[in-house]
Design a protein around this ligand. Structure first.
Ligand SMILES: [Zn+2]
Length: 449
């Protein structure tokens, strides 16, 4: 029986992740994501009404038309976490496969929302809950296992496929964080056990692999300390206070909330995305907000909340997104004077997120920061730690798993090559047991470990 890894999306870019693994006649798909940066270019279009073939042509979702030529049946669609570059294409592609979608609870709830918002396709795939540490029999000879992991969204996992030919590990987006409040540390013992059992291939993300200035990632607790130092005085001052971060980074939002908890300021989580990710996290007891806190997603409610802040700015802390400066988001709209709240001299704006380096983001963020500065705000950019492993973390991972083969994913050619170089340092050889694929290519393993 052969094992074939098919690179559908995410092998030439960061985003639109999708990998298929074919074992005999059974196929398992890992992730179905969007290219968020390309999606942002379609700023005024409602993608819920667009056809998948148009979105494939624009490079926004993976080109899964190649799956027609795969001689096998898709038995499961497995999603490792709830970021849109991993689940965002489900509403456009999943209906083509008669297979359940398997994920952890928080991820499944987000998938449910995406499916409900879809207007073009009817997505009827069953949704199957699998918790970290649990196994699921996909077919008579394929067992899926979710291993506890950490990232920048709750209930993120590393997926393991037990096959008769050995173990296939799909680890796309993770960090080794031992100090998160919401998520327990990764299950290192299980990685070591699997390493001893025999891993056929490791399919691993490549983000941060070529970051020479940081080779080991820091914990979220470091971001909390940075934010604590910035906010300590600001919370006491008679000023307006805004922290912008990723709406799905519930751990970060919990940190901000905990820092402000006893300050006397009421917390407003504002914007559509804050509502989407945080309301769900509160419902699932993942996010613990003080009683008086409010989440508003509806634009009218957001404006009403901002009018209250305008009246008594030192009574509130605003948490929102819009850190990339996208014109439709709340923070750039505040910067542009398009809301009832106006930035005044000495107000503090903390950007707890990096600039995701596309030309659009760089330009938008620059413009937003200039406008905020023009109003007299004090800006703290990049109060942030990454949600992804770095070079030496990847090396530790390879040493724990000792895989027979490595396939790097989620990166451009430069990043995938940098991963191959790291693997060569660990004794692998390019083309022999470390394989750099492009979208549409496949790697076949005949026989086992
Ligand atoms: Zn992610």
């Amino acid at each position: 029986m052969s094992v074939e890894v098919i690179a559908v999306g995410g092998y030439q870019e960061i985003g639109k992740n999708m990998t298929a693994v074919k074992v005999g006649a059974d196929v398992v798909i890992f992730d179905m994501g969007l290219d968020i940066n390309k999606l942002k270019l379609r700023v005024n279009q409602d993608i819920s009404r667009l056809h998948s073939l148009d979105l494939i042509e624009d490079g926004i979702i993976p080109d899964d038309t190649l799956m027609r030529d795969v001689d096998g049946k898709v038995k499961a669609i497995v999603c490792t976490h709830g970021h849109l570059d991993h689940i965002g294409a489900i509403s456009k592609l999943a209906h083509r496969y008669d297979a359940p979608i398997i994920a952890t609870q928080y991820t499944l709830k987000l998938i449910e929302q995406i499916i409900n918002e879809e207007k073009k396709f009817k997505v009827n795939n069953s949704l199957q809950l699998l918790n970290p540490g649990e196994k699921y029999q996909i077919s008579p000879y394929l067992v899926l296992e979710f291993i506890r992991s950490t990232h920048s969204i709750p209930q993120s996992v590393i997926a393991t496929l037990h096959t008769p030919e050995g173990i296939v590990i799909y680890a796309n987006d993770f960090k080794f964080d031992n100090h998160q409040k919401i998520s327990s540390p990764p299950d290192y013992n299980r990685f070591l056990e699997l390493g001893r059992k025999g891993v056929l291939t490791l399919i691993t993300g490549s983000i941060n692999i070529d970051n020479k200035s940081q080779v080991k990632n820091y914990s979220e607790i470091v971001a909390k300390m940075i934010l604590d130092d910035i906010l300590k005085n600001s919370l006491r001052d008679e000023i307006g206070l805004i922290v912008a971060t990723f709406a799905s980074n519930i751990e970060r939002i919990q940190s901000i909330v905990d820092i402000a908890r006893d300050s006397g300021r009421k917390i407003f989580l504002l914007g559509k995305n804050m509502d989407k990710y945080c309301s769900l996290a509160v419902d699932m007891d993942l996010l613990d907000l003080p009683k008086k806190s409010k989440i508003y997603g509806n634009p009218n409610d957001v404006d009403k909340a901002l009018a209250k802040v305008e009246y008594k700015r030192d009574n509130y802390l605003i948490i929102t997104d819009g850190h990339q400066g996208e014109h439709t988001s709340l923070l750039p709209r505040i910067a542009n004077g398009k809301t009832p709240f106006n930035i005044q001299k000495h107000d503090v704006v903390v950007l707890s997120a990096p600039v995701i380096p596309t030309q659009n983001n760089i330009a938008n963020r620059n413009l937003m920061e200039r406008r905020l500065l023009g109003c007299g705000a004090r800006i703290y950019p990049n109060a942030h730690v990454s949600g992804h492993a770095c070079r030496e973390d990847y090396r530790d991972f390879i040493q724990m798993l000792n895989p027979a083969h490595i396939i790097p994913t989620q990166g451009n050619l430069r990043m995938l090559s940098a991963f191959a170089e790291l693997a060569e340092e660990e004794g692998y050889k390019m083309g022999k047991d470390v394989h750099v694929l492009r979208n549409g290519q496949a790697q076949v393993f005949d026989g086992g470990v």
